[in-house]
Design a protein around this ligand. Structure first.
Ligand code: HEM
Length: 396
């Protein structure tokens, strides 16, 4: 970084606007500048202003102290729907986790593996002979939304499933308020139906949501909606973005493809991809009392933006943070969050990514960027590429 660039980055940091594409394009530079010069920085640009937290240790401390930093305003943008557990604190958050955690363990999810493989295989077969694909819309998006909908809403007719897939896919590609409204309406219909046909409802996530126990009680219809909505929304963009980013890294780093043909890559390397990509860039917390972070006073009621993507590139924690570094021990990344709200879907996400990449690489090889294509990252909460057009050869 040269001295002449510093003032520009400093100005951008003071005015940091998560919806401004110019700021988004340079977000990693701005956040690196912040970590070095002003790790707790104030911006008034979005939704009433935030303290932006950029250093790993500060972010960890805040995420582990839910009593001082509440999740009741975890959505950076104002949201009509307070979802559970993501917008709650213990003990309500703990009730939701106790209810859902067993359903999202690796063991519980194993029974869905054959079906997930079939979905990924069908999608990959559709483009494997063509030599080119837009990985997000033709593969990662439909795969993650279909698999998620089937796992969460297991007991539905083929027509309902098709409708749910379509709405979920739209929500993962363009989560406008209108599409989110449709997703909520759809969730309400599934819950109504589940409650009315409890006797025939098989064991699984939907049944558990309508029966509990949720802190020893049956969740109210409103609680059921708030739980179902975050399970669908939380798992859409995120896994799609992760698969898209890994496809892009594969195509732009010669030699990586060979590494991913070794099944051990899931245990050895997946976390390093997630660290660098950080599909969820940030969330928010609100201070429940006057406090401080990194020596900066934070008043009760003020909001902090916890930047998972900046924690994941903190050079004090991850040397050479802007590069993929395999083989080194890089424990403790924040891509799934830290503290009590750490992602409940991480096992499912890992399984989905593993299956998607496995089915893809069975069919194609020599993945490479399309000449002249622009690979741009979106602005906003998610760190996702806008599109991932790739060329490849059909695997014999
Ligand atoms: C690569 C994929 C994924 C990434 C990077 C990711 C990331 C995250 C992060 C950073 C948080 C913490 C939010 C906070 O602290 O405020 C979180 C929470 C959550 N995620 Fe994920 N997620 C992924 C996949 C999924 C999937 C597949 C599901 C669906 C089952 C899911 C459901 C949730 C839920 C319900 C929460 C809230 C947990 C709580 O508040 O206790 N996520 N996720």
């Amino acid at each position: 970084m040269t001295t002449t660039e510093r003032p520009a980055l400093g100005t951008m940091l003071r005015e940091f606007d998560v919806l401004n594409p110019e700021h988004s394009d340079r977000k990693h530079e701005i956040l690196a500048y912040a970590r070095q010069h002003c790790p707790v920085s104030r911006t008034e640009a979005n939704y009433g202003g935030f303290w932006i937290l950029t250093r790993y240790d500060d972010i960890r401390r805040v995420l582990e102290d839910w009593e001082t930093f509440s999740s009741t305003e975890a959505s950076p943008a104002p949201s009509n729907l307070k979802m559970c557990p993501i917008h709650t604190d213990p003990p309500v958050q703990t009730h939701a986790r106790d209810m859902l955690n067993p359903l999202l363990s690796r063991k519980a999810l194993a029974r869905f593996e054959p079906r997930m493989r079939a979905i990924a295989a069908d999608l990959a077969d559709a483009f494997a002979d063509r030599g080119e694909v837009e990985l997000l819309t033709e593969f990662a998006g439909p795969f993650s939304s279909q698999a998620l909908v089937e796992i969460v809403l297991n007991d539905i007719t083929p027509e309902q499933l098709a409708q749910a897939r379509e709405i979920s896919l739209r929500a993962s590609e363009q989560p406008t308020p209108e599409v989110i409204g449709q997703l909520i309406a759809m969730s309400e219909r599934f819950l109504d139906h589940a409650r009315a046909h409890l006797d025939e409802l098989p064991d699984g996530i939907l049944r558990t949501i309508v029966t509990g126990p949720f802190g020893g009680q049956v969740p109210t219809p409103d609680e059921q909606l708030r739980i179902l909505a975050i399970l669908i929304l939380g798992g859409l963009d995120t896994t799609r973005a992760a698969i898209g980013a890994i496809g892009y890294y594969l195509a732009t780093n010669p030699g990586l493809e060979l590494r991913l043909r070794d099944p051990r890559w899931i245990r050895r390397d997946l976390d390093e991809f997630l660290r660098l990509a950080s599909p969820v860039g940030y969330m928010a917390r609100v201070a429940t009392r006057d406090t401080e972070v990194g020596g900066v006073a934070i008043a009760k009621g003020q909001r902090v933006m916890v930047r998972f993507d900046s924690a994941n590139r903190d050079e004090a924690k991850f040397p050479n943070p802007d590069q993929l570094t395999f083989g080194a021990t890089r424990p403790g990344h924040a891509a799934f969050g830290l503290g009590v709200h750490r992602c409940i879907g991480s096992n499912l996400a890992r399984m989905q990514i593993e299956i998607a990449l496995d089915e893809l690489l069975r069919r194609v090889e020599n993945l490479r960027p399309v000449p002249g294509a622009r690979y741009e990252w979106t602005a906003g909460v998610g760190n996702s590429l806008r599109s991932v057009p790739l060329h490849f050869d059909r695997r014999a």
